[in-house]
Each structure stands twice: as C-alpha cells, then as structure tokens.
Design a protein around this ligand. Structure first.
Ligand SMILES: Cc1cc2nc3c(=O)[nH]c(=O)nc-3n(C[C@H](O)[C@H](O)[C@H](O)COP(=O)(O)OP(=O)(O)OC[C@H]3O[C@@H](n4cnc5c(N)ncnc54)[C@H](O)[C@@H]3O)c2cc1C
Length: 430
C-alpha cells in the first residue's frame, strides 16, 4: 500500500478554481503581498509570521539591498526589534552608544552634549548604530524560505472584486487580499494610492563606512560636527567599524561631487576645517566604493496626515508612506514601528481577532484604517521636527550660527531622545 503524504495545514495561499479561456485553471491567491524587501517590508513580513501568517515579499533586486551601510537605531527601534524577536541578536553585534557630542566646525569646540544613559517616559534609552546588512539578514533569517521573491519588480496594480492584481516586470501576475507598499521613496503602491511624488528639499547626503581591522579606538559616542550649510555625524557600529554621514545644502560644487566619490571625499574633507585629525582620518580611510551620495526626499506632513495612505485593502509603510529628511535619524526606526503595527492590524483581521466582526475583507479594511490612524500622527510629528532641526543645524550666516551654537544646541540635541521615547507596542495586544 502506498503511504499517503503527510497532511499539513497552511492558512495561505488560498487555491480556488476558475474558468479562464475555456480551460480549468488553478488560481493562487496570497493573503498578504508586500512590495519591497527593505526594513519596512521585512519587518512587516516577520511580524505577520510571528502571528502565524505567511506573506510574500516581492523585491526588485536580485539580493537584499542594504543601501546606506548603517543607521542610528534609537530606543523606539529597539522596542520594535524586540517585538519582532531579533533585538538581542543585533545587540550582540553592535556597541551601545553612551552619548551625543555636537561640536562647531568653525571653533572645533563642543556646543552641546547629551547622555544616552538616561531614562525616558518609557524606561532606559538605548542607542546603537546598526549595520543595515546585518539587520536585513537577521530579518530574512527568521522568515520561512521562499518568503522573499527576488528579481520581482512590481510595475502596476489592478483591482478585481476584493483582490489586487500585482503585475511584475516579467509579465507574471500575483493575486492578493492585502497589498502593502514598502517600496521606498519611488513607491509604485503610493502612486497607485494617489499620493504625490515626494519632493526634494534641495539638500543632499553622503554616507560611508570606514573599516579598522585592528580596532578604531574611538569612544562609544555619536559625534557630530556642524558648520555653515552642513551637518556631519560619526558613529561606531562595533569595535572595527565607523559609519559616517553628511547632509548639506545642494550647491554646484556639491552637485558636481555627487557624481564622483573621489571628488565627494575631497569636498567633505574641505568642510571639516578645524575637526581633529582622527575625525578627518575617518573620511580619508573610507574606500571610494563605500561612499554613497544622493539628494534627500521627504513628504509634506499634510500629505501624511490627510493623504490616502490606505484604500481598498492596499496601504503603504516606511519611506513609501513617510519619507523624511534624516535630521532626527528616525526614517528606518519608524519603518520598523510601521512593520510591527501593520502586522498586528493585518494579523488581527486575518485571524478574525479584531473586535469588529464582519467578513474578512471588511475586517482587513478596518485593520488597515486602524494602522493608518495609529501611524499618521507619528509621521506628522517626525517629518516637520526633523526638517526644522536640519534647517537650523545646517543654516549659515552669523546670526543663525550664533543662535544654533549658543542658544539652541542643547534643545536640539535633546530632541533626538524626545522623539525616540516611543513604543509601537507588541504584536499581540493584551
Ligand atoms: C543620509 C541618510 C541617513 C539616514 N539615517 C538614518 C538613521 O540614522 N536612522 C534612521 O532610522 N533612518 C535613517 N535614514 C532613513 C532610512 O534610511 C529610511 O527611512 C529607511 O531605509 C526606509 O526603509 P524602507 O524599507 O521603507 O525603504 P527602502 O530601504 O528604500 O526599501 C525599499 C525596498 O523596495 C524595493 N523596491 C522598490 N521599488 C520596488 C518595486 N517596484 N518592486 C519591488 N521592489 C521594489 C527596493 O529595492 C528596496 O529593497 C537615513 C536616510 C538617509 C538618506
């Protein structure tokens, strides 16, 4: 007797039979399709998986894209990473930063200092500079094999009844009950929802990473140098790696350098005038192929508050939802918060746990509205705060520099911890 195959139950994909072109065809409907395997997309997918739900993540690249090398992960990001169950493994790979020192490049002197060994409303603060590849790999490792479909570029979206038809560049089509756009600033999903293209604030950024195989010897602190028209930051990720960034007002000289890493290196060194040699040494030590420059983008806060960020069981998260200037260092942190909140809202709807009853499509729709309500205010708070902070920190002129360095420095530095004092909650409501 031939043994029967093991029986297993998987909530998705749903397989239905339809008549198409006069032939019987098996049609696969995914519960949740996520566009983009960046921080927001993978966080949402892992959150759903932790709730017992599978999703499909479509990524246009052929492998994980860790654009930007590293980022400051503030207290709120650690709460989200803990909710996803990957906080502790990342803690082991990254040093905890003890404070922020802001210095003026004109004088070389510190203008303000903030200790990160501080308590917020929600408990102890925690700040580390996380390598993006390590975060993305940690998220991917926890997901079931085959969740991420690389080389899958979404080109358009259609609707049929309650389902979304997701068209890929290779001509294939996926059907989904829920579609989540985590596809960054040039989001196809945001465009489908009718959100306007994120504008350019006429500022650019350069980022890089310097490796010290024998150890860098820098203190575990976030060091910033600010000057006329620019702000720079230097942060150790671990004992052997320093991540750095610059944001600056776009000028013909900066524009010219953006195309060429060697010119960019030269330009950045010219900005650092009186910074100590160890600091300029970080830029000098950075290999040209680990220098990246790009213009900044953001969304107007009123589009985050009143724009259509979810419609007919389609929504956006991360930079597709609320791209912001990097002055508060909250874009990736809030993308992690989005991932947890979204997974909780979709998970409750698909598992039938949401308080309001009704059919599945109605529950999903209400779940996404709940997500939008929770997240709009957060984006509306972060975008203008970061923009104004960046405007003041990078401003030039004698009066603005005086105000920045003498009157506002401490207030602005404290704003980092203030905005990080946020908890997106766990995946399972009490
Ligand atoms: C200079 C600079 C410094 C920053 N510093 C910090 C910091 O210190 N702290 C912080 O929290 N944030 C920081 N940020 C912000 C942070 O980088 C972003 O907010 C974050 O990376 C957004 O993640 P995401 O997953 O939403 O989007 P992305 O990282 O852009 O991921 C989008 C993914 O979608 C894929 N994709 C795009 N289109 C399609 C498509 N059509 N089909 C399929 N896949 C697609 C892409 O390939 C990509 O993998 C900084 C940003 C800049 C520019």
């Amino acid at each position: 007797m031939i043994p029967s195959p093991p029986l297993y139950i998987c909530p998705s994909p749903l397989i239905t039979q339809t008549h198409s072109h006069q032939s019987l065809e098996m049609e696969v409907v995914e519960d949740t399709v996520i566009v983009g395997a960046g921080i927001a997309g993978l966080a949402a997918s892992l959150g759903l998986y932790r709730m017992g739900l599978r999703s499909v993540v479509l990524e246009s690249s052929d492998s994980l894209r860790a654009t930007g090398f590293a980022f400051t992960a503030w207290t709120n990001a650690w709460k989200a990473l803990d909710a996803l169950g990957i906080g502790d493994s990342l803690r082991q790979q990254h040093v905890q930063l003890h404070g922020l020192v802001v210095a003026s490049v004109a004088t070389g002197l510190a203008t303000s200092q903030v200790s990160f060994i501080a308590k917020g409303k929600l408990g102890d603060h925690e700040v580390r500079c996380v390598r993006r590849n390590m975060l993305l790999e940690a998220l991917e490792r926890e997901l079931p094999r085959g969740t991420i479909r690389f080389g899958s570029k979404v080109v358009s979206i259609e609707e049929t009844w309650n389902l979304k038809l997701v068209h890929l560049a290779d001509g294939s089509i996926l059907k989904a009950k829920v579609l989540v756009g985590c596809d960054g600033v040039n989001s196809v999903v945001a465009k489908w929802l009718g959100l306007p293209k994120p504008p350019f604030p006429r500022r650019s950024a350069a980022r890089g990473i310097a490796e010290y195989p024998g150890g860098h010897g820098f203190k575990s602190e976030f060091l910033q140098y600010v000057g006329d028209g620019f702000r720079s930051g230097f942060l150790p990720c671990d004992e052997k790696t320093i991540y750095w960034f610059f944001t600056f007002i776009s000028s013909p000289q900066a524009k010219d350098a953006e195309e060429n890493p060697a010119k960019m290196k030269h330009y950045l060194l010219s900005l650092l005038q009186k910074a100590p040699k160890e600091v300029t040494g970080i830029i000098e030590k950075t290999e040209l192929d680990t220098i990246l420059s790009s213009p900044l983008r953001f969304r107007f806060p009123w589009d985050v508050l009143w724009g259509r960020i979810c419609k007919n069981n389609v929504c956006v998260a991360g930079d597709a939802f609320h791209p912001m200037t990097p002055d508060l260092g909250q874009g990736a942190c809030s993308a992690l918060e989005d991932g947890v909140t979204l997974a909780r809202c979709i998970g409750e709807a698909l598992l039938g746990k949401s308080t309001a009853g009704g059919d599945e499509s109605g529950r999903i729709s209400r779940g996404l509205e709940k997500y939008a309500k929770e997240r709009r205010c957060r984006g509306f708070d972060l975008i203008p705060t970061g923009y104004v902070l960046g405007f003041i920190q990078q401003s030039n002129g004698v009066v603005m520099s005086f105000l920045r360095d003498k009157c506002l420095a401490g207030f602005m530095a404290g704003m980092y911890l203030n905005k990080a004092d946020f908890d997106c909650g766990t995946l399972f409501r009490d």
